[in-house]
Design a protein around this ligand. Sequence first.
Ligand code: SF4
Ligand code: SF4
Length: 358
Amino acid sequence: MSPIKPRAPRDNGAPDYEPYLHPSMQRNYGRWTGHRDIRPGVFVHEAESGDNLFTVRAGSPRLMSARLLRRICDVADKFCQGRLRFTSRNNVEFQVETEAEVQPLIDEIEKVLGFPVGGTGRSVHNIIHTQGWLHCNLPNTDASGVVKSIMDMLYEEFTHENFPQRVKISTSCCTINCGGQTDIAINLQHHHPPVIDHEMVGRCELPKVIAICPVMAIRPDRKDGHDTVEVIEEKCMYCGACHAQCPAIEIRDGDTDTLSIWVGGKSSHTRSGPAFMKLAAIGLPNNPPRWPEVGDALKRLLNAYKDGAREFERVGEWIDRIGWKNFFDLTGFEFTKYHIDNYRWARTTFNTSSHVRL
Ligand code: SF4
Ligand code: SF4
């Protein structure tokens, strides 16, 4: 039998992450006994070997220049043996091996980078937000700008742990909502069916455009001797999925699009299964550069949650306990016809949990 040849180095996909781990993580990989919170933004992992690894979490603005990234790397070179990591919520995490190094590291993060330390435990965690205009062809609001405005407003809520339970927020710049399910979400909403440019449509694959509509509101059509599509307006729910497939079907409208707030989603299985968000506030102006109406609505919601929730209750669990009528009374949000879920294919029994059901 011929000897097994060494495999060629991989030249695609994600590289092996192990060399990029902090040396303490490499030494103790898979042999941790647990972790503890030390203070807001700082926690320690304890290993079977007796090693400790302290993590300092700093909130980043997500959109960063190369110069700022180099400054972040300088901090990691100085304190963390050249390693750092980013979380999905755009935090930068720095790790050190002794508690004595934690405060000098925090001082450097705050003074040199200007980043706040926090976003752990019962705080408002850094906002997860969607790709936005840097990478996507669909946005009709600037998710990064909304997030920056809100996190400036919630600076103290990020650096302190003053809530009944962690609060996770997401922002999405279209109704497709690639920000995901969270306690509170700020999403863009369209308010009319798409407008079709029949001259442009048909440059790509029409069957795909027709198939992507979740309510089958798009059907083939012919205009001026060439193939195109039409939208059955009374079926359309303004989701914008067709615009994602075909740029000649335009749904974005700077005059009528608004922002909305959704509540009660979560991805974890802690205590209850994952949950979809539900509409709380609709019709908030898409008002750059600081989106004050969204900030005001969010403050009202967070204050009601902080005052009314029991210890450890997530936002959705608090609403489930007090009921939607009390939720609208406490927040002052207007209840409208749009809050009634009449989507004809809504599957209320969606199996969103991996719990075993017998
Ligand atoms: S939320 Fe929509 S517009 Fe924003 S990045 Fe995701 S798909 Fe694109
Ligand atoms: S906006 Fe959504 S519902 Fe309306 S036609 Fe496009 S894909 Fe269908």
